[in-house]
Design a protein around this ligand. Sequence first.
Ligand code: ADP
Length: 717
Amino acid sequence: MRAKFEENYLKCPTSRGGRKLDETRDKYGKACRRLHRAHNEYVLLLAEATECERALRTAALPALLDQQRRLGEAMASSWKGILVEVAQRSDFGTEKFKEIQNKIESTVQNLRPQEEYKEFIDKYRSPPSTPVSFNFDESLVEDTSGKLQPNQLTVDNLTVEWLKEKLTELETTLQDNREKQTALQGPEIIGNGVCKNNSTGMTNGVNGIDRHSPPPIPVTTAEPVKLLELRVSERKCARQAEMIRSALAELGCEEAPSGCPDLSAETVGVDSLDGSSPDHQDRSSLGSKTSMDALRLHLHSIVPPKPFFRIFTRPFRRKSVPSSPALPPKTYRSSSEGPSDSVSVSETERSLVDQEWFHGVLPREEVVRLLRADGDYLVRETTRNHARQLVLSVCWGQHKHFIVQTTPEGHYRFEGAAFPSVAELIAWQRASGVPVTARSGALLRRAVPRETWELNNDHVQLLDKIGRGNFGDVYKARLLPTGQEVAVKTCRVALPEDQKRTFLQEGRILKQYSHPNIVRLIGIAVQKQPIMIVMELVPGGSLLTFLRTRASNLTSRTLLAMCRDAAAGMRYLESKNCIHRDLAARNCLVGDDNIVKISDFGMSREEEEYIVSGGMKQIPIKWTAPEALNFGKYTSLCDVWSYGVLMWEIFSKGDTPYAGMSNSRAREKIDNGYRMPAPESCIEDVYALMLRCWEYEPEKRPHFHQIYTIIDNIYNR
Ligand code: ADP
């Protein structure tokens, strides 16, 4: 799966957001999860086997031997009793019988059962045996890039929850087991399962018993086998629980590391944004130099050059974190200030949002891209099992993520002192020079501020609702620091986390583009819910509505100019290997002077070719090329087909394509060669171009640069 993922990653230079890549990444992630769990199961089973073997050697076998001895002893005693009785009752009165009786009596009296079995154990015990060791087969983890260590539990984001569940399960079994033992053994057993009246002396002389060996089996009780089983099971569970506990304890307050490398900056090492090379690079263990270079190139193509975002002149800079030592913890906790009184949640959050290093729910891929040198840090927010968590991300050798711990008093800490607010905690952590955790050694040196495109939610003032998107409403809004009017797409708070990521995906794609015919991204606001994508406000709104409402004022020349704008935008996208996949009049916007801008990148993919595998839901059938509908195969030439339909919509001034036909009927007719007739008053050359866009074979369709030239020629004629 990793090989497939890497292959996909390398294949498509700008494909990090691609669906195909997403799918292989997803499969790779799942495979990693299965592998890591299987690994942990294996490690725990080895421990279990070791315990079973030791129990057999040190408890079961000695107990068996001892049982034999006792049986022999008991039999001898019984026989003695029988013979005594026989002797006592056999008085036949005669001298001869008296003589016989005396003989019998003295012989019987001379029977010594204990003496008979004194040598029993020494005589019959098994020869000394060497403990069997159960070794981890190291070859199994050879190609896991060090993620899995022989015979060591793996604690990462793929396994941490599983380990915690397993621990709870083991603890419950242990408790249950102890109760059963107590019930079986009654007062003979003390709490920890040790036999109080251990008088058998069984361990003496038994080979291989160490001080950790289980207590001897109380063979006189009614259910020795059951007890033995319980003891062995207790030992197994206790050992496994201990292994898990210490593995989890090692993690401390660190967020479980990623178990599935993402080929992101976290593993690849990214040059600085403007292309200069920082000395902090190449942490990857993946790939050859060539593939590394290719990967770095990918990342460069994903990471936008800084000046692009300078359009928005840093209005949100805050004072930086003080470099002078912060006050010690006690200063923050005067006796009159109870923590819960002095710092309410909202106050804490407000001060947090004001910190330049607080990045809200910024996706981890972006976080990792921002932290480049040792000591770089930022704070972000994540949700785990529906609970909100604050995470300190630090670059220290690699990217480390520490969960901010909350004390019962509502204070915040890592391993050291606790503070009433996260801002104070971070300030102290930095000024004191104390590592965040002793294990990580990570020091805070440079707070990484929000980038200009990471907007503060409080700076976005929503005004009027202007549209409704797939994920939430779209608003006209004002950016408070500058007063600039913008359009804001909001994401419904209740949507699950993966949908929110998908929502932000549009922002990540748009972030890279700068073209007058592509709607411009201003930023994303992810510090609070609802998360938002902030874009330039395109005053004319949706092209479809515009065409329908202004039909009478639109000349052929204006319509042609609109087609040319759309072609220019699409030519730009094609050059960036971006397939829009949802090009239609409803997804274009109209700006001043009727300029058309391509918008709605919710379905876009940055790939040369994109194959849909998991079913085709919500496909705009009447705009989609046959090869995409029939085989799920998308390329820019599919966008060309949609562009033909867009031209048709423009020249018919907002009519519905294939009017009166259902989706399936339209699809069927197209497959049989049907094409829409030219809209009324559409000039011949334009219709001819539409027909070329609707060529059944994609290779026969023109590319966008050709389309642009054709339209420009018609326009200038
Ligand atoms: P989604 O991608 O979630 O479906 P859309 O991009 O289709 O959302 O936006 C829904 C509507 O919001 C559009 O039809 C348009 O009317 C309006 N809209 C979206 N973006 C802008 C913008 N940048 N400027 C003006 N109006 C916009």
